[in-house]
Design a protein around this ligand. Structure first.
Ligand SMILES: C[S@@+](CC[C@H](N)C(=O)[O-])C[C@H]1O[C@@H](n2cnc3c(N)ncnc32)[C@H](O)[C@@H]1O
Length: 288
């Protein structure tokens, strides 16, 4: 289906060296480069993939930016969660359309954008008014003003308490998420999923101990390593550089308080059955 560029939306311009620029399109607008301006009117009414030229002849390819590209280019208040972690986080939290998610803090809104794009409804607490405003502006810039019906933001200290109830998910990116484990126990529905992003393993250890204390189980912590490859004819090898570390993702599920604590991962329902019929833990149901 044809969907040409229109005024008011954003385009991603790539120059001949692969550098990327995010541009908000305006009728009569100009994007200024080292080799003269590119007129926005060259793009308006044209399809994605079009090549345009600056006044001194430099070529730029224009496409609509993906979520990942917007996250890397958008204005930031606080450090964002990078796309390599946002994707796995959506799966760990098992985000689905209509999921009721409590999120804190909001920072620059990168994580909010990923959750909202997946169809979630967010109640978000952010300590700083300027960051909350930045997150809302970034979210609206990417998903349009209608998204605010699903993005309720409060300027609040989430460590002090959470009023939300019957949440499907808790998704946290702040320094001491263990301070929210007790709040999550009352705000999450049974079986609800708690996910936190943390930069250091010492923080992860503190969080895991508190999740245990608060009756969460099936906990896991992962780190996502992403290595890109250089592919140019017969020169095929991993790129020399990669991002060595961003953070750890920890997830856990709220279990019934009376239920016997499950070990990390997944246990067979009745361990006395193990060994019968050759069931040694590698059959259906044994995930770890
Ligand atoms: C690293 S940023 C979050 C970035 C965000 N996930 C993103 O991808 O753009 C951490 C945020 O947590 C907020 N914060 C820290 N402690 C908080 C608290 N107790 N309650 C609410 N927000 C808090 C900070 O103000 C900051 O905006």
């Amino acid at each position: 289906m044809s969907r040409p560029f229109t005024a008011g939306e954003r385009a991603l311009l790539l120059d001949s060296k692969g550098r990327r620029y995010l541009v908000s399109l305006l009728e009569g607008g100009e994007f200024h480069t080292h080799s003269g301006p590119v007129e926005h009117d060259q793009l308006l009414g044209r399809e994605e993939g079009v090549t345009v030229r600056s006044s001194r002849g430099a070529r730029y390819v224009a496409v609509r930016p993906t979520l990942a590209e917007v996250v890397l280019k958008m204005p930031r208040g606080a450090q964002v969660i990078y796309p390599k972690d946002l994707g796995p986080l959506l799966i760990l939290a098992d985000v689905f359309p209509g999921a009721r998610i409590f999120e804190s803090g909001l920072g620059s809104g990168a994580l909010s954008m990923a959750l909202l794009r997946a169809g979630a409804e967010i109640t978000g607490y952010e300590l700083r008014e300027d960051f909350a405003a930045r997150a809302q502006a970034n979210v609206v810039g990417f998903l349009g003003p209608g998204v605010l019906e699903r993005y309720r933001v409060e300027i609040r200290d989430s460590y002090a308490g959470v009023d939300a109830t019957d949440m499907d998910r808790f998704v946290l990116d702040l320094p001491e998420p263990w301070q929210l484990a007790a709040h999550a126990r009352t705000a999450l529905r049974p079986g609800g999923i708690f996910v936190a992003y943390l930069p250091t393993i010492v923080q992860v250890a503190t969080l895991r101990a508190e999740l245990d204390r608060q009756g969460f189980g099936m906990a896991e912590t992962i780190e996502v390593l992403q290595r890109s490859w250089h592919i140019d004819g017969q020169s095929v090898r991993p790129d020399h550089r990669m991002v060595a570390h961003t953070g750890f993702l920890t997830s856990a599920r709220l279990l019934e308080p009376s239920q016997e604590r499950l070990p990390a991962g997944y246990a067979l329902p009745d361990s006395s059955e193990a060994g019968k019929d050759g069931a040694g833990g590698s059959g259906e149901g044994a995930l770890s």
